[in-house]
Ligand binder design. Structure first.
Ligand code: UT7
Length: 367
C-alpha cells in the first residue's frame, strides 16, 4: 500500500494589514483587550479584487514549486474553505483552471476550520488506496467578506490567507501516519453563516437582519475548543502508535492563544512545541494550519523526519487531528517550473471558452 507524503508546501496572505488599533477605530475595543484575550495583534485583509481562488493559486504554485511537480501531473485538487467564492461552482475548479491542472478532479470541502485536516486526510486516503498519485490540498479564505465590522465579538478574530500542501504517493514509509475526524451537529448554531443558503436565500429581509454575516457564540466555541484539542491529538497519536514524547511539533488551528495554551496544559507539553502565529494572521480558518506549517518549515523548525500533529476545530461543530512524519522536499533530477504553466493555463482556458462558444453556435445552426 503506498504512503502519502507531504512533498510541497506554500502560503500566501494578501498585503494589507489591519491592526488592533485600526479595529479599535471601528468598534468599542482596544489593542490591549484583543491581545490579552486572543493573542492577536494584526491580520491580513484581502483587497477587493482578491478572492479565495486568487490567494489559493499563489499558495498552490509555491507548493508545486517546492514539490517540483507540474500542475498537469495532479490527479486531485481539494479546496477546504469556509468562504467559497460561490455556492457553486467549487472554488477548487477555478483554481484547477487557473493553474492548468488539466487532469485533476476538483472539489470543495466544507468542514469549517477543521477543513484542512479533513481535506488532507481525504487526499491521503485516496493515495493510500492506490486510486491517485498526486494531490493538491488547499485551505483558502477571505472570511473578512462575511465579518460584521460592527460586531466586536467576531471582527477582532478573523484574517484572510491561503496555505497549500502537495501530497504524493511513495513506497517509502512516512507522510500521513494517522488521522481522526469528528463532528457534533447539535452545536451547529454556535458558529454560523445563515444567509445565502437554501434555508435563508438572500432577500432584503435576510440582509436587513444581517444573516449574511457570521454569527458566533464565542464563549461556547471556546469551551468546546478547549475540550477537543488535546483529546483529538491523543487519539491521532494513539492511532499512529505514538505518544506525545515521540513528536517534535504540534501545529494547532490558530484561533486564540489561550485555546492553544489550554491544549498544551492538557497534553502536559511545553508551549515551545506548539507552532503559533495567531498574533500576525488572526484566525484564517482552513488556512491557519498550513500557513503555520509553512512558516515553521521556512524558519527551520519543522524538518525532514520530524513527527508532528496537526489539530483543529471549527463550526459544525467539527474537529480533527492528523499525525505526520514530515517528508521534506524530494531532490529532483530536472526542474519543472509550475509558475510557467500559469500563462498556458490562461491561454487554454480562453481557447476552451472560444471553442465552447463556436460549438454552441454551430449546434444551434444545425437544429
Ligand atoms: O475557528 C473557530 C472560531 N472561533 C473561536 O475560536 C472563538 C473562540 N472564542 C474566543 O476566542 C473568545 O470567546 C473571544 C475572544 C471571542 C471572547 O473572549 P472571552 O474571554 O470569552 O470574552 P467574553 O465573551 O467572555 O466577554 C468578556 C467581556 C464582556 O463584557 P462583560 O459582559 O464582562 O461586561 C464582553 O462584552 O468582554 C467584552 N468583550 C469585549 N471587550 C472589548 C467582548 N468582546 C470584546 C472586545 N473588546 N472585542
Amino acid at each position: 500500500m503506498p504512503y502519502a507524503h507531504i512533498t510541497g508546501w506554500g502560503m500566501y496572505v494578501p498585503e494589507p494589514v489591519l491592526t488592533n488599533d485600526d479595529i479599535a477605530r471601528l468598534v468599542d475595543t482596544s489593542d490591549e483587550w484583543i491581545r490579552n484575550r486572543t493573542g492577536i495583534r494584526e491580520r491580513h485583509i484581502a483587497r477587493e479584487n482578491e478572492f479565495p481562488s486568487t490567494l489559493a493559486v499563489e499558495a498552490s504554485l509555491k507548493a508545486l514549486e517546492v514539490a517540483n511537480l507540474a500542475p498537469t501531473d495532479l490527479d486531485l485538487i481539494i479546496c477546504a474553505t469556509s468562504s467559497p467564492e460561490y455556492i457553486f461552482p467549487a472554488t477548487a475548479c477555478i483554481i484547477q483552471d487557473q493553474i492548468g491542472a488539466t487532469k485533476a478532479g476538483a472539489f470543495d470541502l466544507s468542514a469549517a476550520c477543521s477543513g484542512f485536516i479533513y481535506a488532507t486526510n481525504m487526499a491521503a486516503q485516496s493515495i493510500r488506496s492506490g486510486s491517485i498519485k498526486n494531490a493538491l490540498v488547499i485551505g483558502s479564505e477571505t472570511l473578512s467578506r462575511f465579518v460584521n465590522w460592527k460586531d466586536r465579538n467576531t471582527c477582532i478574530l478573523f484574517g484572510d490567507g491561503a496555505g497549500a500542501f502537495v501530497l504524493q504517493a511513495s513506497d517509502s514509509p512516512g507522510g500521513v501516519l494517522s488521522a481522526v475526524m469528528h463532528s457534533d451537529g447539535s452545536g451547529a448554531d454556535l458558529l454560523t453563516l445563515a444567509g445565502g443558503g437554501s434555508r435563508h436565500p438572500a432577500t432584503e429581509s435576510t440582509v436587513r437582519e444581517g444573516k449574511h454575516y457570521m454569527y458566533m457564540d464565542g464563549k461556547e466555541v471556546f469551551r468546546f475548543a478547549t475540550r477537543v484539542m488535546g483529546r483529538a491529538t491523543l487519539e491521532s497519536l494513539d492511532l499512529a502508535g505514538l505518544t506525545t514524547d515521540d513528536i517534535q511539533w504540534i501545529v494547532p488551528h490558530q484561533a486564540n492563544y489561550r485555546i492553544i495554551e489550554t491544549a498544551a496544559k492538557y497534553l502536559k507539553m511545553p508551549m515551545d512545541k506548539f507552532i503559533v502565529n495567531v498574533d500576525r494572521y488572526g484566525n484564517t480558518s482552513t488556512a491557519s494550519i498550513p500557513i503555520a506549517a509553512v512558516e515553521a518549515v521556512e524558519k527551520g523548525m519543522l524538518k525532514s523526519g520530524d513527527k508532528a500533529v496537526f489539530v483543529g476545530f471549527g463550526a459544525g461543530l467539527t474537529w480533527g487531528a492528523m499525525t505526520v512524519e514530515w517528508t521534506g522536499a524530494i531532490p529532483a533530477k530536472k526542474h519543472v517550473h509550475p509558475k510557467r504553466y500559469r500563462f498556458f493555463a490562461r491561454l487554454r482556458s480562453f481557447l476552451l471558452r472560444v471553442v465552447r462558444l463556436l460549438e454552441g453556435f454551430l449546434s444551434r445552426k444545425e437544429l
